[in-house]
Design a protein around this ligand. Structure first.
Ligand SMILES: Nc1ncnc2c1ncn2[C@@H]1O[C@H](COP(=O)(O)OP(=O)(O)OP(=O)(O)O)[C@@H](O)[C@H]1O
Length: 582
């Protein structure tokens, strides 16, 4: 990927004034640095080789001047270090926020492919070195350019032939730096990918720690982790090898330059074309001239890390959400939504699948209707429900909500109309109050308590040590399955959407929890269009309409009794389940 330089610099904009001050200080510091060897030359050549009786006052004056210059240099360096780093850190933080916001907007298909740990690495580790790059990048370019041009001019004025001999080495140094720079960049990318794999492994393993322990598979997990850890170690060792090669080659050339200058310089002294003071000055300036070449092409490892991090940042930022608002998308006022849903010849297949999950499917659900979706595992019931909030885009056909194609409805307003209760409840680390409020961030405490009462959750919440302010742990581990379910129902009550999707919401619960939750769900479903995905057919006997979905599409629909009478797929599924139970 080419380096997106325009985008890179755009992050300076909010801090332009402060950063320009930092650059001005860096220029002053570089200028001052260039003066020191000249002062040394003046002392050694003009003062100490002249009339020694008047030398001391001159030395004191130069000493005082040096002190003033040192003070200027130190104050400037302090400002550059402190404020420069602050600017860098602020920009890095801006980008991290932007990346997080962007990732939030990406569609489900992106998350189907990406591992959470890898994404965490991109948000945290990848951007870590960017503040260094942002701070030191332009500052170093300017600083080293001043040093390079300044020292070259000064050296040229002192002794042109010796300067030109030194100059001959520089293209070689530049070419080598570019070469190593490329390999180092590649090694760093591998490094970042592998630390991403390590993080993904940690995330996966720790999220499933209960499963790990229940299977007593700690050793297996440690082994899996060690594999990733070793791969990361290998990539780091490889990186350090490249770095050591680079460093050594550059150092060797620098030493060669110094030796050449010492030998040719000494020979010039013997031939009276150079004096000792000039040779000392030459040696002092030579490092000023070489260092920029080395740095400008290579930039330090930190710079490389920053650049690699920025490139990886841009890879994600360049991804467009596969599902976005159309221009002029309509916003549905939630209170006016009737909840009529129509599938018109809808086909759908997942990105990496060759065959369709749903094919040419049509279905009409009336406002306020309560329908149950049943069918064998893998028939596409969950997929069907995921299409309504546009978690995935239909491949063909269209879905209408109140007669409007959902593609033309503003995504947020569409999703605000739909409440989903899943079997696998996800609660965030925090208090119960915060978790219920997730359904409507603007809700008052009273509204939250009301929603909890509707969800039959209030009593159990009040029996907890801190009531609504009880922390429920990561993913709500401190609550039982039924309690988590009730909190999630309260969340949807608070959201108050006109459409409800219940995905096997009660199948994992015991009888008592199930009956409490069933009651809450019945309450929740009142006045809303409701689609229930049901596995246990005994729970949907009284449902207005049962839709039987198989891999071949909708096979049957009707009430429980009418479907049993048909003696088709439903009756078959029902009697099989009945046999299993008895
Ligand atoms: N995110 C996904 N990416 C790719 N394929 C998927 C994805 N989710 C589901 N599938 C595939 O789509 C098909 C339908 O899955 P879906 O979960 O919709 O079925 P289901 O009827 O809800 O099954 P179950 O009753 O077992 O939950 C399956 O073959 C499944 O492997």
């Amino acid at each position: 990927m080419d380096f997106p330089i325009k985008k890179f610099f755009s992050y300076y904009k909010p801090y332009a004034r402060l950063y320009l001050t930092v650059l001005a200080c860096a220029i002053i510091v570089s200028g001052v640095t260039l003066v020191f060897p000249l002062l040394v030359r003046y002392i050694t050549k003009d003062v100490l080789e002249g009339d020694l009786s008047v030398a001391l006052p001159k030395v004191y004056w130069i000493g005082a001047m040096m002190l003033i210059l040192v003070a200027i240099q130190n104050i400037g360096t302090y400002f550059v270090d402190y404020k420069g780093h602050e600017v860098g850190a602020r920009m890095e933080s801006d980008m991290r926020r932007e990346l997080f916001a962007h990732i939030q907007k990406l569609s489900f298909s992106f998350y189907d492919k990406e591992k959470t740990g890898q994404l965490m690495t991109r948000i945290t580790n990848d951007l870590l070195m960017l503040s260094e790059l942002y701070h030191h990048g332009p500052e170093d370019y300017i600083k080293y350019l001043i040093r390079f041009i300044g020292s070259f001019v000064i050296l040229f004025l002192i002794n042109a032939p010796l300067t030109l001999v030194t100059f001959c080495f520089l293209p070689l140094l530049g070419a080598l730096s570019l070469y190593f720079n490329k390999i180092e960049n590649r090694a760093l990318r591998r490094n970042k990918e592998r630390i991403g794999d390590v993080n993904a492994q940690v995330e996966d393993s720790l999220s499933g720690i209960r499963v790990v322990k229940s299977f007593a598979n700690e050793e297996y997990e440690i082994e899996k982790f060690s594999r990733e850890n070793n791969r990361f170690l290998e990539s780091r060792i490889e990186f350090y090898k490249v770095e050591a090669n680079f460093y050594n080659t550059v150092q060797t050339i620098i030493q060669l330059i110094t030796i050449t200058v010492v030998i040719i310089g000494s020979a010039s002294i013997v031939h009276n074309t150079l004096d000792l003071a000039d040779l000392i000055t030459f040696l002092l300036y030579i490092s000023y001239m070489i260092e920029p070449i080395q740095k400008l092409t290579h930039m330090s490892t930190q710079f490389q890390e920053g650049i690699t991090g920025f490139q990886r940042f841009m890879e994600i930022m360049n991804l467009k959400p596969s599902i976005e608002n159309e221009p002029n998308a309509v916003t549905l006022p939630m209170e006016e939504v009737r909840g009529e849903i129509e599938f018109k010849n809808v086909s759908f297949r997942y990105e990496d699948h060759s065959s369709h999950v749903l094919e040419n499917m049509s279905l009409h659900i009336r406002p306020g209707e309560y329908v149950a979706l049943v069918g064998p595992s893998g028939a596409g019931k969950t997929t069907f429900c995921s299409l309504i909030p546009r978690f995935y885009e239909v491949t063909n056909g269209e879905i209408l909500l109140d007669g409007e194609n959902i593609c033309r409805i503003d995504l947020q307003s569409l999703r605000r109309c739909i409440g989903i209760v899943q079997q696998d409840v996800y609660l965030f680390a925090g208090t119960i109050l915060e978790n219920i409020r997730y359904g409507n961030p603007g809700a008052s405490d009273e509204e939250i308590i009301k929603a909890a009462k509707h969800a039959n959750a209030h009593d159990f919440i009040m029996s907890l040590p801190n009531g609504y302010h009880t922390s429920i742990g990561q993913r709500g581990v401190k609550l039982s399955g039924g309690q988590k379910q009730r909190v999630s129902i309260a969340r949807v009550f608070l959201k108050n959407p006109p459409i409800l999707i219940l995905d096997e919401a009660t199948s994992a619960l015991d009888n008592e929890s199930e009956s409490i939750i069933k009651e809450s769900l019945e309450e929740l479903a009142k006045g809303r269009t409701t689609i229930v995905i049901a596995h246990r057919l005994s729970t949907i006997r009284n449902v207005q309409r049962i839709i039987v979905l198989t891999e071949d599409g909708i096979m049957e629909q009707g009430t429980h009794d009418s479907l049993l009478k048909r003696n088709g797929v439903y009756s078959h599924l029902y009697s099989r389940q009945f046999e299993t139970i008895t």
